[in-house]
Design a protein around this ligand. Structure first.
Ligand code: ADP
Length: 349
C-alpha cells in the first residue's frame, strides 16, 4: 500500500496533512504519536475505510478508485481500539467473516481453531463474546481478523489499557503472524516501549504529519529536543522554573508536582525524566534522591523482560522495571507506590 500526498479533514479539523509513505511487504510498522496526531485516520485510509480528501492511495502499484475499492479492501483488515463484537458466541464471531466469504465449512473450522489457539482463547468457543473481559474481547477481535488471513493487518492501539497477560499474548501474536504468515502489520501506539520492541520501522506522527520514518534506532536517536516536545512523549512536562538559594531549580509542573533539578533554568521550560532513572518502591525510600512522590499505578504495559508502568502522582510518570521485580513486588493496577529520582536526572529541554 502506498499513499501519495494524502490529506484528510473533518469539518475543518486537519486529521492528516500531505502524508506520503509506502509499506514494505512483511514489515511491522508502528505509528507513534500522541492522541489526536492522526494515527487512527492514517490506519483508516490504509484500510480503505476512509477516503482521502486529497491525494492518492495505491495498492501494488494500482491506484485505488471507486471501481476497484471493494475488491482491494478484501486484502486488508483493521482491528479497532474499541472493537464491536457480534452479540453471539466467540466461535460465531470468528466464523462470521469466513461464512460471508463462503469458505467451505471444513476450512472455516480449521481457521477458527487456529485463531483461537494463537490468541489463547481455546475453550472459550461457546462463551458469549460480550461477556468476556476487556482483554479477552480485544484478543477475540484480533482472532477474528487473523482468521481472514489478509496480507495487511492494521491495529489501532491493540494493547492500550489491557491487563499485562492479554497485552503479552497480543504482542506475541503480532510477532508470530508477522514471522510465520509474513503478514504486513501497521500498528498505532502511544507507548514508546511497544514502539521500541516490536517494529521494523517507526513513523513518528505529530499534528497530522509523519515527522520521521525509519528504524527504531534511527527514529529514537534522531528524536531531537523539539521532537520530544512535539510528540509529547512520556515524562515530558511543561512548568515554571525558579532558582533557589541552594543552587537547586524548582519546577512546578502542575498537579501539585514540584520537581527539583540541578540544571539551572528560569521561566517556562520543558523537563524530561528518563523512565530508567526513576526508582519505584512500595514504601517511602530512604534515599538521597531529591524527588519523591506518592501515587497509584494506572497503566501496565508488558513488553517481555521489562514492564512499563504509568504512575499517577498528580502527573503521570512512566517507570520501567524488570518483569522479575514487578512480580516480586506483587504490583497491580491501583497499587500505591512511591517514585524517586535524582535532581541530576532531570533534563531541562
Ligand atoms: P489519533 O489516532 O492519533 O489519536 P486521530 O486520527 O483519531 O488521531 O485524529 C486526528 C484528528 O482528527 C484529531 O484532531 C481528531 O479530533 C480529528 N478527528 C478524527 N476523526 C474525526 C471525526 N470523525 N470527526 C471529526 N474530527 C475527527
Amino acid at each position: 500500500m502506498e499513499l501519495k500526498n494524502v490529506s484528510k479533514h473533518y469539518n475543518g479539523t486537519i486529521a492528516l496533512e500531505d502524508v506520503s509513505m509506502g509499506l514494505n511487504e512483511g514489515e511491522i510498522l508502528t505509528l507513534l504519536g500522541p492522541n489526536g496526531s492522526g494515527k487512527t485516520t492514517l490506519l483508516k485510509i490504509l484500510a480503505l475505510i476512509e477516503k482521502p480528501f486529497k491525494g492518492e492511495v495505491y495498492y501494488r502499484g494500482i491506484r485505488v478508485t471507486d471501481e476497484n475499492l471493494t475488491q482491494i479492501r478484501r486484502n486488508v483488515t483493521m482491528v479497532f481500539q474499541k472493537p464491536i463484537l457480534l452479540d453471539t458466541t466467540v466461535y460465531e464471531n470468528i466464523a462470521y467473516g469466513l461464512k460471508i466469504r463462503r469458505l467451505p465449512m471444513e476450512e472455516i473450522k480449521a481457521r477458527v481453531k487456529e485463531a483461537l489457539e494463537l490468541t489463547q482463547l481455546v475453550g472459550f468457543e461457546n462463551r458469549q463474546a460480550r461477556g468476556l473481559s476487556g482483554g479477552e474481547q480485544q484478543r477475540l477481535a484480533l482472532a477474528r481478523a487473523l482468521a481472514l488471513k489478509t496480507e495487511l493487518l492494521l491495529l489501532d492501539e491493540p494493547t492500550a489499557n489491557l491487563d499485562p497477560k492479554s497485552s503479552a499474548i497480543i504482542e506475541n501474536v503480532i510477532a508470530t503472524v508477522n514471522h510465520e504468515l509474513k503478514t504486513t502489520i501497521v500498528m498505532a501506539t502511544h507507548n514508546i516501549f511497544q514502539a521500541k520492541s516490536l517494529p521494523n520501522r517507526i513513523a513518528l506522527m505529530s499534528m497530522g504529519r509523519i515527522s520521521r520514518i525509519g528504524s527504531p534506532e534511527d527514529v529514537f536517536s534522531a528524536l531531537s529536543k523539539v521532537l520530544i516536545r512535539f510528540a509529547a512523549l512520556e515524562n515530558t512536562f511543561v512548568g515554571e522554573a525558579k532558582m533557589k538559594e541552594n543552587g537547586i531549580t524548582l519546577i512546578d509542573v502542575g498537579g501539585n508536582v514540584r520537581i527539583e533539578a540541578t540544571a539551572k533554568a528560569q521561566g517556562i521550560v520543558s523537563v524530561f525524566i528518563n523512565p530508567r532513572d526513576i526508582v519505584l518502591s512500595k514504601r517511602p525510600l530512604e534515599s538521597s534522591a531529591r524527588n519523591m512522590f506518592k501515587g497509584k499505578i494506572v497503566e501496565i504495559s508488558d513488553s517481555g523482560a521489562v514492564v512499563g508502568l504509568k504512575v499517577d502522582v498528580g502527573k503521570p510518570f512512566i517507570v520501567q522495571i524488570t518483569k522479575r521485580s514487578f512480580e516480586e513486588m506483587g504490583l497491580n493496577l491501583g497499587s500505591e507506590v512511591y517514585i524517586a529520582f535524582k535532581a541530576s536526572s532531570v533534563q531541562i529541554l
